[in-house]
Structure formats: C-alpha cells, structure tokens
Write a protein that binds this ligand. Sequence first.
Ligand SMILES: NC(=O)c1ccc[n+]([C@@H]2O[C@H](COP(=O)([O-])OP(=O)(O)OC[C@H]3O[C@@H](n4cnc5c(N)ncnc54)[C@H](OP(=O)(O)O)[C@@H]3O)[C@@H](O)[C@H]2O)c1
Length: 162
Amino acid sequence: MIAIVAVERGWGIGLDGGLLLRNPLDMRRFKERTMGHPVILGRRTLESFPGGKPLPGRDNLVLSRTLEAAPAGARLFRDVDSLLAAAAADSFVIGGGEVYRQLLPYCDEAQVTYVDAALPADTFFPDLDAHPDWALTEAEGPYETPEGHPFWFRLYRRRERP
Ligand SMILES: NC(=O)c1ccc[n+]([C@@H]2O[C@H](COP(=O)([O-])OP(=O)(O)OC[C@H]3O[C@@H](n4cnc5c(N)ncnc54)[C@H](OP(=O)(O)O)[C@@H]3O)[C@@H](O)[C@H]2O)c1
C-alpha cells in the first residue's frame, strides 16, 4: 500500500479538522495519482470532505467504530484487520493522522508533498526523515503554493529489510 500526504516542516497535516493550507496543484496531483485506486481513510477525514461524501471514482474504504452505515460510494470497516483483508496492494492510505499511524507499517511507499513552512497543526504524520525504516528516494520541485510557500513532491521508500 502507498501512503499519500501533505505535510508542513514539522510533519503537521491538519488543524481543527481541516487541511493546513490551500494547494490546488497538490490537489490535482492527488486526484491523478489516486483516481481508479482504492483509498483508505478515517471517519474524521471523510467528514472533512465536501458534504462528507466519499471521493468519486475511487473505492472508499472507511475506518470507523461509530458510523452506523457507510455513505453511498464507501465501504465501512470496524478494525484494521478486516480492512487489511479487503485492501488491495494498490490502495492509497489517504489519512488522517490516526489512520496513517496505524497503517504506515503496511505501506512500502509514501508520496509526501513537503511544504517548507512552519504552520500551526494539531494532527501529524510520522517524521520519515527521523525514521530508520524509511529513505527519501526522489524529490521534484520546488513549486509554490498560492501563498508563496515552496513545496516539493517527495517519494520515500521503505528500506529493504535485512
Ligand atoms: N495533509 C494531509 O495530507 C491530510 C490528509 C488527510 C487528513 N488530513 C487531516 O487530518 C485530520 C484528521 O485526522 P484524525 O487523526 O483526526 O482522524 P482520521 O484518522 O481521519 O479518523 C479517525 C477516526 O477513524 C476511525 N478509526 C481510526 N482507527 C480505527 C480503527 N483501528 N478501527 C476502527 N475505526 C478507526 C475512528 O472513527 P470513529 O470515531 O467513527 O470510530 C477515528 O475517530 C484533519 O485535520 C484532516 O484535514 C490531512
């Protein structure tokens, strides 16, 4: 599985239930990369989408213990094990913080949009630069957000296990 995420300098990813900044180029990339693939997300991330609706054109696998039923276009999973049993290898883990933390051990690639700015955040992605299992293998950029923050599309890969 592949994790896909946008982070700021301190690996913050969200604030007050929403994203940290507007980044249309990153949104376009996210759509191109995930379209046609299953996406795995937590209930709070689902609620952050417009109208609380699943992403179109993608099989949405939602983790929740509290939702009574999945909205149209989504499948509901009550725990990580049942989700893993149903998730194809080409699935993208799309957040948020809780879900990334639990599913990163099952990912072998992380596509990280790295925004070089210190932005306030209350939700975080694990710092892959400080993580012995992960290596930065590619970077494309810099590009610029509408507010003028430089950003890169970075690719991290899980190091070969000995
Ligand atoms: N920058 C980015 O790339 C990016 C991407 C995605 C999200 N975000 C941001 O991240 C924030 C949301 O992240 P978050 O950590 O608060 O929430 P989250 O991971 O989106 O969702 C957490 C919810 O998922 C369910 N869940 C988690 N683990 C589960 C398990 N093992 N079994 C069953 N259900 C499980 C629970 O739902 P129930 O409470 O219903 O049981 C839990 O409350 C928002 O600010 C969002 O904008 C940022």
